[in-house]
Design a protein around this ligand. Structure first.
Ligand SMILES: Cc1cc2nc3c(=O)[nH]c(=O)nc-3n(C[C@H](O)[C@H](O)[C@H](O)COP(=O)(O)OP(=O)(O)OC[C@H]3O[C@@H](n4cnc5c(N)ncnc54)[C@H](O)[C@@H]3O)c2cc1C
Length: 462
């Protein structure tokens, strides 16, 4: 092993290699502090050439590699196991924005560029990089691609996958595949980049990407409303879509319980009259009439009784205050209690009934637990987090995911499988689907060196 470490040192130098346990500590544990691991070392390359050399060396020595970006992932995918034999490869030093093209509407960035930095670069040329999530100040381009991150703008712009035009990846044996094309249309052969998007670093390393930009709407409206129940929120979604069309970028469902946590832990108050549930809606357009359309939607929804009270932000500050209520939920939950997170996808019309049945199942099998539910209603994605207060987390997963299965849903909408959901996934996907996944993994990473034990069980336990 000392040979391998010497080889890594020769590639990246002292600046790029950490072996001191104190320096490595932050790389060895995930954001939620649920999966403590022990890195063999942390290597921090500066260029694609260095990544390639590292991967070739690890291939030769059969060392497993765990890619890490901003380490904000929710599924423990970016941290090593406890064996002390897995190398963390952090992309943090590969943080150059290689170019931005406002005419072709593309941005080329290295994997370690922080999402917010890329968003700001797009804004500076009056364009929009619509991938947006509460962790955008730390999450990286490589991380959002590897997790196919969702976030708050999926309703209008799609998941991260929809924004990726070109990709540069390093394969487990060190070969570099340069697909950094800036083309909107490119149907020449297999679109291989898709298999590196959302596969959580289990097939190769994303070192750079060309992302698609969108026109930046010149007007933006943010509103918060209270609604009597989730069915009313869905009724309001239909009214809002009829009135506002595809200008709606976010349609977020928030429970009264979630806002109570934000008030308790951050002192932030909700400006609309109390309801059991709330909807935060964001719309943007460059042509006039957006506000009138939003007001018309409100009027109709009040008339139908699906909205109880509401406010439209009158300034950028007010809009950001409304968004802060949404963005603080995850941190408030972490301060409140241990929780079991569920990031589920449900067919949109079934969401109200799912909530009823999941609630009943928890009352029956795990009485006393509390549910912090919020999410991207317009995408059918709920964060259905259960504050466990002493219950066995595995029981809770099973209780909730069984209900998800009954509705034909998915146990991971956007956070991924990581190590957190490996066994649950294995239980819930058909054998042909699992066999196909294993086939892809084996073809690209036959020695199981790329992020072993994430998404799929380790090779020896398969
Ligand atoms: C407060 C908060 C809010 C969040 N909100 C959302 C949300 O709304 N929607 C959403 O989808 N997610 C959300 N997340 C989860 C997380 O921010 C995203 O998954 C994000 O995409 C992770 O980016 P990262 O750079 O931190 O990746 P990391 O956490 O470092 O890694 C995530 C996974 O990607 C792999 N990986 C990282 N970089 C690379 C690379 N260059 N090449 C190959 N594999 C790589 C890792 O091995 C790991 O499996 C949230 C997280 C927090 C803490």
């Amino acid at each position: 092993m000392s040979d391998a470490l010497a080889g890594l040192h020769a590639i990246v130098g002292s600046k790029g290699l950490l072996t001191d346990p104190a320096e490595m500590a932050a790389y060895g544990i995930d954001w939620r502090k649920l999966f403590p691991g022990l890195p063999l070392a942390v290597v921090r390359p500066f260029s694609t050439a260095e990544v390639s050399a590292i991967m070739a060396l690890c291939h030769q020595h059969q060392i497993a590699v765990v890619p890490q970006g901003g380490n904000t992932g929710m599924a423990g995918g970016a941290v090593p196991d406890t064996s002390g034999r897995e190398l963390v490869l952090s992309l943090g030093r590969m943080n150059r924005l290689r170019g931005i093209d406002p005419v072709g509407m593309t941005l080329e960035a290295e994997a370690g560029v922080v999402l917010q930095t890329a968003q700001e670069a797009a804004i500076a040329v009056n364009r929009l990089l619509p991938i947006s999530l509460a962790a955008e100040g730390s999450a990286t381009i490589g991380g959002v691609i590897a997790t196919n991150a969702g976030g708050v703008n999926v309703l209008r712009y799609g998941m991260t996958r929809a924004m990726v035009l070109g990709l540069e990846v390093v394969l487990p044996d060190g070969r570099v595949v340069d697909g950094l094309r800036r083309l909107r249309k490119d149907h020449a052969g297999y679109d291989w980049k898709q298999i590196f998007i959302g596969t959580e670093g289990t097939l190769g390393l994303v070192t750079a990407a060309v992302l698609r930009l969108m026109p930046k709407p010149s007007q933006r409206l943010t509103a918060l409303v209270s609604v009597p129940d989730p069915q009313a929120a869905l009724d309001f979604l239909v009214v809002a879509q009829d009135a506002l069309g595809d200008t709606i970028s976010a349609f977020e469902l928030i429970s009264g319980f979630s806002l109570g946590l934000v008030h308790r832990h951050f002192g932030l108050s909700c400006p609309v009259a109390e309801g059991q549930w709330y909807v935060l809606i964001d719309a943007g357009a460059s042509l006039s009439g957006l506000r009138e359309a939003m007001e018309a939607a409100f009027e109709q929804a009040f008339g139908q009784g699906c909205v109880l009270d509401g406010t439209i932000a009158e300034s950028v500050q007010q809009a950001s205050d409304l968004w802060m209520l949404r963005e603080r939920i995850t941190e408030s939950e972490a301060k409140e209690s241990k929780s079991v997170k569920h990031d589920v996808s449900i067919p949109i019309p079934s969401i109200p009934q799912f909530l009823v049945e999941a609630g009943h199942a928890l009352e029956r099998h795990a009485p006393g637990t509390r549910v912090n539910c919020f999410g991207h209603l317009g995408d059918g994605n709920l964060h259905y987090n259960v504050l466990i207060d002493g219950h066995d987390p595995r029981d809770i997963n099973k209780i909730v995911h069984d209900v998800v299965d009954r509705f034909g849903g998915s146990i991971s909408a956007e956070h991924g499988i990581g190590q957190y959901r490996v066994s649950e996934l294995a239980l819930r996907r058909s054998e042909p689907e699992q066999a196909l996944s294993r086939l892809i993994k084996t073809a690209i990473d036959p020695m199981d060196l790329m992020n072993p034990g994430k998404v799929l069980p380790r090779r020896e336990t398969r």
